[in-house]
Design a binder for this molecule. Structure first.
Ligand SMILES: [Zn+2]
Length: 370
């Protein structure tokens, strides 16, 4: 298990990187023949470099080989310093959700980007737009059922399709944002409604008869045209097999889960499912309950770091009193990120995929997860 070992030219790869406090999520795809794609960005907290690029360095892959970057949505844990990633990959097409293509969103970004905070996702989005304008590089807005990448390799089509956002999402977001902006609100304290997750770009990678479902942070909502219910109507799914790989949406959160969708889109038992863990406020994802639910579907469930380890340790009251009396500040050391590397040789149709773990990543012990 050598992280520096590049994939064979005929090996398709999906590496998921991230996890933990203040990390986020980034996917690195090898599309065959030394062509690469990156979905979302998060940084190494020590070096401040995009994890995706540090990984490509390890493989000796020049950044010119990155043919596309997708920013699934503009939440902090997916967009952190994505402009820097874009700058360093000179040949990459850059894709963003077309749901963000409205004057209301432009207005919102303008207002919100001026607010001072540790990290301002709207500020990063503004930076991205400004960089694209000044460098003459394009931000391509994408909708449902678009073919973003195609290559014929080893006699097989390698294709990447978008499964979202659909027209209904675009209209819904525009209207909700317009209502939101009409109310006098303090933008420094109020989060935008609806949540950016619904505008996520969910994508489907196809290599010959195999499919790989990359769920971004898409959620399940009641409306039949929005969220995962909108994704399922995607034409790109017609004549597609169930996926052997699923990047579970929204860090394994309950609001990204709908059993019917898993049954329709993902191979039961024979699939490999992965996600990044995350801490938001007091919540650590995925929860124990959701971990069990996912395990019931697939025993091959991997997380980029152990979510249990992030919980605050409770000290007995005497010890806690002593700690307080001494004025000792105990800060939790954020755990390291992990990487789950999935590879499948597309040259040989009977080849089995391999899954390798690096850093803090874990395979969930589904047999004992009750
Ligand atoms: Zn996220």
């Amino acid at each position: 298990m050598e992280i520096n070992k590049p994939p064979a030219v005929s090996e398709l790869e999906i590496s998921i990187l991230g996890g933990g406090k203040s990390y986020g999520e980034s996917l690195v795809l090898h599309l065959g023949n030394n062509e690469w794609g990156v979905i979302d960005n998060c940084n190494n907290q020590k070096t401040r470099k995009p994890l995706a690029l540090e990984y490509l360095d390890k493989l000796n892959v020049p950044y010119e080989k990155v043919v596309f970057i997708i920013c699934t949505h503009w939440h902090q844990d997916h967009i952190t310093r994505i402009t820097s990633l874009f700058k360093q990959c000179p040949n990459a097409e850059f894709y963003i959700s077309d749901a963000l293509n409205c004057k209301e969103f432009e207005h919102y970004i303008c207002l919100k980007s001026n607010i001072k905070s540790n990290f301002n996702a709207a500020g990063e989005f503004k930076k991205l737009v400004e960089y694209a304008q000044t460098s003459n590089r394009k931000l391509t807005r994408v909708t449902q059922d678009q073919l973003l990448y195609k290559n014929v390799f080893e006699g097989k089509d390698i294709e990447l399709f978008t499964l979202s956002p659909n027209e209904a999402t675009k209209k819904y977001f525009e209207k909700s944002l317009s209502n939101f902006l009409a109310e006098p609100t303090d933008l420094s304290t109020v989060a935008v409604k609806p949540e950016p997750n619904l505008q996520s770009i969910v994508s489907l990678l196809k290599a010959g008869s195999h499919t790989f479902l990359l769920g971004a942070d898409m959620e399940v909502v009641a409306d039949n045209d929005l969220g995962w219910k909108g994704v399922i109507n995607s034409k790109a799914l017609t004549n597609s097999n169930k996926s052997i790989y699923f990047k579970v949406p929204h860090h394994g959160s309950e609001n990204g889960y709908d059993e019917a969708i898993w049954n329709k889109l993902v191979l039961k038992d024979d699939s490999i499912v992965t996600t990044t863990s995350i801490i938001t406020g007091k919540t650590t994802l995925p929860t124990k309950q959701m971990t069990k639910t996912i395990c019931d579907f697939s025993y091959d469930f991997y997380i980029t770091s152990n979510p249990v380890e992030t919980k605050t340790i409770k000290h007995p009251s005497k010890i806690q009193k002593f700690i307080n009396f001494q004025g000792i500040k105990i800060t939790k050391i954020p755990f390291e990120f992990g990487q789950i590397r999935f590879r499948l040789n597309i040259r040989d149709s009977s080849a089995k995929p391999t899954t390798e773990l690096f850093g803090a990543s874990i395979k969930v012990d589904c047999a004992n997860n009750s």
